[in-house]
Design a protein around this ligand. Structure first.
Ligand SMILES: NC(=O)c1ccc[n+]([C@@H]2O[C@H](COP(=O)([O-])OP(=O)(O)OC[C@H]3O[C@@H](n4cnc5c(N)ncnc54)[C@H](OP(=O)(O)O)[C@@H]3O)[C@@H](O)[C@H]2O)c1
Length: 272
């Protein structure tokens, strides 16, 4: 984070598990106050009590289902009522939907795009002006390596939604170059969280080589470390192995890259 990032207030979406809960732990350890949001209130309350007891920071829990299109407005209205200015926005909530395009019901796609794309953009839209006014802000949009690699069959909208976040974050970072607001798209590869249990692909992905797996704590410390550097790039890839894959795929002829994805997708995407 930028030099003065202590005693700030962070809003973390998807804070009831995985990477969101880890952002909460690491930001609290640095002395920041938190607002946690997700659907599972009890888990967030347990985490809130733990972090307040351990680090003496103020942690508030605002339950919300981001598939509800009114959620971003409602969250921000509640922040205003409680007089809370958000300095750090971590747009992290997310999940996967298995199958090819026509397997899930349309409603499942609609909810997915609401959580993964619309809510992210709307929270940035609503919280950015006050960050700009105060001349300080940090926004992390949690994307994925899936945004960087070519698309693959199955979970059709996942890579597309994450690619959207990468381009969106790049533009937002450039628009804010002189405002004191820093924007990062974080692109993790396979990380140990509940993500693959929720998606229903745990058995499939557990066959992936160990060296491809990242720990949530390493992913988040890399993200926060990168935010500290004045000249860090807006797109951040944790894990040396994934930075090598990104470089390798960038230079690979496109036809070969598609063939590779088509072959490998069976190990991490479910098409039915
Ligand atoms: N783990 C990986 O391998 C990996 C790799 C690349 C990118 N990512 C990305 O990392 C982010 C965090 O995922 P994770 O790995 O930490 O997964 P996770 O352990 O399953 O956590 C996902 C979080 O998102 C929240 N969430 C899901 N749907 C929501 C909704 N409708 N409204 C509000 N909150 C919702 C969940 O909370 P509730 O269920 O309580 O609502 C939970 O807190 C996601 O954006 C994911 O796409 C993960």
């Amino acid at each position: 984070m930028q030099a003065e990032t202590v005693n700030k207030t962070a809003l973390i979406t998807g804070a009831s598990a995985g990477l969101g809960a880890e952002y909460a732990r690491q930001l609290a350890a640095l002395g920041n106050n938190l607002v946690l949001t997700a659907r599972r209130t009890e888990r967030m309350e347990t985490l809130a009590s733990e972090l307040t007891a351990k680090f003496g920071v103020k942690v508030q829990v605002y339950p919300a289902d981001l598939a509800d299109p009114d959620s971003p407005q409602r969250l921000c209205a509640q922040l205003a009522t409680d007089n809370i200015d958000i300095d750090i926005l971590i747009n992290n909530a997310g999940y996967g939907v298995t199958g090819t395009l026509n397997v899930p019901e349309w409603n499942a796609h609609q909810d997915f795009m609401q959580v993964m794309v619309n809510a992210v953009v709307e929270l940035c839209y609503l919280l950015l002006p006050s960050m700009q006014q105060r001349g300080f802000g940090e926004i992390v949009n949690v994307a994925s390596m899936a945004a960087i690699l070519p698309g693959a069959p199955g979970h059709t909208l996942y890579a597309a939604s994450k690619a959207f976040l990468v381009r969106f974050s790049e533009s937002l970072a450039m628009e804010n170059i002189n405002t004191g607001v820093k924007v990062q798209a974080l692109c993790p590869g396979f990380t140990y969280t509940e993500f693959h249990d929720v998606t229903g692909t745990r058995e499939q992905v557990s066959k992936m080589p160990d060296k491809l797996w990242l720990n949530a704590s390493d992913v988040i410390s890399y993200s926060l470390e990168e935010l500290k550097h004045k000249n860090s790039l807006p797109v951040v890839i944790p894990g040396r192995q994934y930075r090598s894959i990104e470089r390798f795929m960038r230079w690979m002829p496109r036809r070969m890259a598609y063939k590779t994805m088509l072959k490998r997708a069976k190990t991490f995407r479910q098409v039915d």
